[in-house]
Structure formats: C-alpha cells, structure tokens
Ligand binder design. Structure first.
Ligand code: GLA
Length: 390
C-alpha cells in the first residue's frame, strides 16, 4: 500500500467538497499465460499486482462532476446529462464511459468528485486502463450504494473500453483487477466467466517484468485487427462445422481439415489461439505439481506463438525475450499483454536477479539505445476500499 499516494489524493479531494471521502485502490495485473484468448472465449491466467491506482471519491457540492488525474496534471469537468466520448485518445473516456453506462442502465448517480494517482506504469501491458475503469466503477458503486456485483463491474468497465475508447478488449484485465487474490493466479473461463484461483508458489524463483519502454502507436488498431482475423477464421470454418460458434469450439483437427479454405494468416492466428489455450491449462497443471521448469518451457512456447503465429510482438520485445530465454537461470520469458511493446514476463531464479537485470539492460541499451526498466511485483488482492487503518 502506497501511503504517500493515498495522502496525495486525500489532501486534494478535501479542497473540492465538504463531503466525506471514500478511498479505493485498484490494481494492475500480470498475466502468466493466455494472451488474446479472452475475446476468443478461451482461458487466461492473470493475477492482480501491488502496483495500481489510488482514488479518492466524494459527493460534489454542486451539479458538476470533477475528475482530477494528478499524474497527468489534468482535470475533467462535466455534468451528468452530457456523457459523450471526447475526440482522440484520453484517460477521460475511460471514466466517462463507466459513468455513461451506469446512468444508461438506470443506476442513481449524483454529481461526484474523483482524484486519482498511481504507481502503475501506463501503456506497458499492466492494464492501467482496466485499473482506472474498475476503480471508478467500484468507487461509484460504493458511493451511491448501487449494489453491482464484481462481475457486473467488470462488464461495465469493458463496455466503457469498447464504446468510449474503441478498443475491443476481452474481459481478462477487468476481471483480474476486480477478482485478484493475494499470492494467487486466476484461472478464468472467458466463455462462462467462471473462475477459480490457484496458488502461485515460486520458492526460490520469481516473476520479474522487464519494461521495453516501447509503446507502439498502432497497438489498439493491431489489437482490433487480430480480433477480426480470428472471427473471420471462425466464420469460414463454421460454414463446414456448423457447431463452431467461436474459437472455443475449435480443435486442431478441425482447423487442419479447413486449412485450404483459410488464408495463411487466418490459419496461423487460429492455430495460435488453440495452442495458447492448451498452454494455460499446461501452466496450471505444472504449477500444481511444482514443475517450474515446465512453466518456463510453456512461457517460451507462448513467446514463439505470439511472434510467428499471432504476430503481436516487435523487435525490441523479441530481443528481450530471446536474451532472457538464452540466459542461465531464466526458466522462460515471453511478452505479456496486448502486444506491440510493453513488458516481458520472466520466470527467473531469485539469485540471478541483479546480474540478469544489469546484463539485459546493457545488451538492450546497446542494441536499441533504450533504457529498459525492471519491475518487481507482488501478487495482491483485487479492487478494495482503503480503510483509514490500512
Ligand atoms: C489487453 C486486453 C485484454 C487481453 C490482452 C491480451 O490487455 O485488454 O482483454 O486481450 O490484451 O491477452
């Protein structure tokens, strides 16, 4: 818990109204495995982390809603009868989308204030957007006693991203931010939305993230295109196999039988999703039997699939993953998140951490003239109220 950040939002919100303050923390997430499988109705294995966004909420003194993003040095003022997305990309649309969705579903919301700040790097594949949407939704739910379930909050947050931001994301990030459990991964079935938690026991190993500091501007369009490509594959295959409604119903035999009717791209995209779903179950099983070597092997396979099958990596990420996968003491590494930049996730022996960070940083700097950033994370609980005694 970052006390400094809590004090910052508390102090700022006290300037905005005389009403009492509600404090909320919403975490980012890592994903052990299962990339792009969520919107294909498959499986994912994320976990909430100890980096996140801190919010202060209060009722407004007048009819204006005011939201202040301390890190951006920006604020947003609006009234509850003007809830339209703003042009261009902005954090403001994540907030407006959540409020708009709640209003249009008939939830009773009155004017409010929000102040937020965080320690979660943005645009790095750690789901700062989901943390923002989920934190706002959770806080408004508390403030106005709306009685939404966490699942309804996840769906509201996802709606905001689809309709106000334009990224056709799956449900993994919102789910992880809302349902996280300390020291556990969440095995989520993205079709039924049922989940179970599974302990992460790493003893003398750890997951270490390396931020490539690369944020590709085409990330959101590339993301939506991948979604269209698998949907196209499903549509073509369903002409022959009528029971196939999504990638969830697809098996490798069906895909192979239909190979000639698919474009090479569509075939590779679909194959990656089928294999990635298998890797999710593979890692769950390997973790249950404490077989970290196998976990590492599956991470390597995931990287290969994202690079050559789904084609969502980039040269900087491939360099970091290849370097790590050749490094003594690294069990496996792969890109994590939506793609085209962001972080790699590395399963490493704790004893090599300092040397590894220094060696990979130096090699990366030499190759691309970019400073990478190591990020150590702990697995934390999902969105929650911060009580004054925390
Ligand atoms: C982004 C999306 C998620 C998921 C991942 C890739 O984080 O928001 O829904 O698709 O990319 O696994």
């Amino acid at each position: 818990m970052n006390r400094k950040l809590i004090d910052k939002v508390k102090s700022k919100i006290s300037e905005l109204s005389d009403h009492s303050t509600l404090l909320v923390r919403a975490p980012g997430r890592i994903n052990l495995i299962g990339e792009h499988t969520d919107y294909n109705k498959g499986f994912v294995l994320p976990a909430a982390i100890d980096l996140g966004i801190y919010f202060a909420f209060s009722l407004s003194n007048d009819s204006t809603c005011r939201v202040i993003a301390l890190d951006e040095g920006e604020s947003l003022d609006f009234t509850l009868d003007e809830l339209e997305p703003l042009a261009g990309f902005s954090w403001k649309n994540y907030v407006l989308g959540v409020v708009s969705r709640l209003k249009s579903q008939g939830y009773g919301i009155e004017p409010f204030n929000i102040v937020f700040t965080g320690d979660l790097p943005q645009g790095s594949g750690l789901s700062s957007s989901a943390a923002l949407e989920c934190g706002v939704c959770f806080g408004l739910n508390e403030l106005f006693h709306l009685d939404l379930s966490r699942r309804e909050m996840a769906l509201t947050a996802q709606w905001s991203e689809h309709h106000f931001v334009g990224v056709m994301c799956g449900i993994m990030d919102q789910y992880a931010s809302l349902f996280g459990v300390e020291d556990h991964a969440i095995l989520l079935d993205c079709d039924s939305l049922n989940h179970e938690v599974s302990p992460i026991k790493l003893s003398d190993h750890k997951f270490l993230l390396i931020n490539s500091e690369v944020k590709h501007s085409h990330a959101s369009s590339g993301y939506n295109v991948r979604r269209e490509q698998t949907e196209e594959g499903v549509e073509i295959i369903a002409r022959t196999y009528t029971a196939v409604r999504s990638m969830r119903d697809m098996h490798i035999e069906i895909l192979e039988n239909c190979k000639s009717s698919l474009s090479d791209k569509s075939y590779r995209r679909c194959k990656y999703i089928i294999e990635e779903n298998e890797r999710v179950h593979g890692i769950v099983e390997a973790m249950k039997s404490d077989d970290l070597g196998r976990v590492g092997e599956l991470l390597k396979q995931g990287q290969e699939g994202m690079k050559n099958g789904y084609e969502i990596t980039c040269e900087e990420i491939d360099f970091l993953a290849d370097f790590a996968n050749d490094y003594q003491g690294v069990l496996g590494a792969r890109m994590m998140g939506g793609g085209f930049g962001g972080c790699t996730i590395n399963l490493i022996e704790r004893s090599i951490e300092d040397q590894f960070v220094s060696d990979i940083g130096e090699a990366y700097k030499k190759e691309f003239d970019i400073n990478s950033t190591p990020i150590s994370v702990e697995i934390s609980d999902g969105v929650h109220i911060i009580s004054e005694s925390n």
